[in-house]
Write a protein that binds this ligand. Sequence first.
Ligand code: IMP
Length: 427
Amino acid sequence: MSTVVLVGAQWGDEGKGKVTDYLAEKADLVIRYQGGNNAGHTVVVGDEEFKLHLIPSGILYENKLCLIGNGVVIDPAVLLEELRGLESRGINTDNLRISNRAHVILPYHRALDQAEEESKGSKKIGTTNRGIGPAYMDKSARVGIRIIDLIEENQLADMLKTNVTNKNNLLSKIYNSSGFDYDKILEEFKEYAKALKKYVADTSALVNDVLEEGKNILFEGAQGTLLDLDHGTYPYVTSSNPTAAGACLGAGIGPTKIDKVLGVVKAYTTRVGEGPFPTELIDELGESIRKNGHEYGTTTGRPRRCGWFDGVIARYAVRTNGLTYLAVTKLDVLTGLDKLKICTGYQYNGEIIRDFPASLQVLSKCEPVYEEMPGWQEDISQAQSYDELPATAKAYLERISELAGAPIAIIGVGVKRTQTIVVHELF
Ligand code: IMP
């Protein structure tokens, strides 16, 4: 048996969906542990494309227990739509369970997300506007509504009354925008409760049962290390902990239960939303990587900012997650470039920095120090083993691994399940 935590090692969108999908095949249980429908995974099975926001992609296999853990914030309308979408395509969703302790996203969370962003003007975070931050704020403020409260009708009515009153005050008095009708939300959410009730469980107990049976478990992180509330480029972060430690809190297991941590990096770097990005390419090359890599958000459709691979970030991700392995995705997107650049450190105030800085003022003034490496022209999209890759591609991967300080286990050379090279099996 083995337990693997899968995390994004950059700013999210590292292609975790495909790696999760690959690992899910051998897992008995897959659990999402943080975030919400700000995330989006695209999984290509044969000729079919699935876009998942909340449900672990293990659902695409028969007989995998798929859990949404207590650390996730759930928008019930989105979850139900995703369930219906899967069912209409013949995917059985009976194996889904959602944590009774997960928090619920309500319409006022989305309204507050938007109002807060607008009020920030040029200092906006560039959130996905899904209400994620305000839902986690309520959780921390101890006024959030959990799934268990949603399905206990009296509790829902009572908590909602206080919340709607307070949020309406906030929306009208601080943000000068309109509020919500209590009765309407109550009726709407009572319907969601009815539809979701059969999926609700104590997911921490389920994970621990499966652990005791000695089976394989995959903890599926959303977003990425630099979007982590504690370790990311604060305040340009999300409101949860995508880093590996978040798996313990968000799934309800102890740290002693984790065997391996796999960090997913793209062969280059991307970021959506605002905030400094040292290796960003604001030129034709950045544009061509965006086009070749289809770098547009799964959730929002926003174009992603693109840049060279950043070894400082990779090393930081290894440190803050305790990564035991890396998965390098989208290597094929770099095919055809004469020269590749890898950032090995930052130049700041005449000094070389190798540790990712906490100060955004420092980070925004950091100049990347680049090493140039030759590219490859050969089509690598059909390569099935490491040995089949051109020598220059291997050298590029080896340098990534060396700079990060972790071995590479998986390499992605295309969007399909079959376009995956496995160097180390994790399960
Ligand atoms: P929020 O999570 O919607 O509050 O957004 C906060 C920041 O995280 C913004 O910069 C978003 O663009 C970013 N973000 C949230 N989810 C994802 C994701 O799944 N991939 C990439 N960026 C994300």
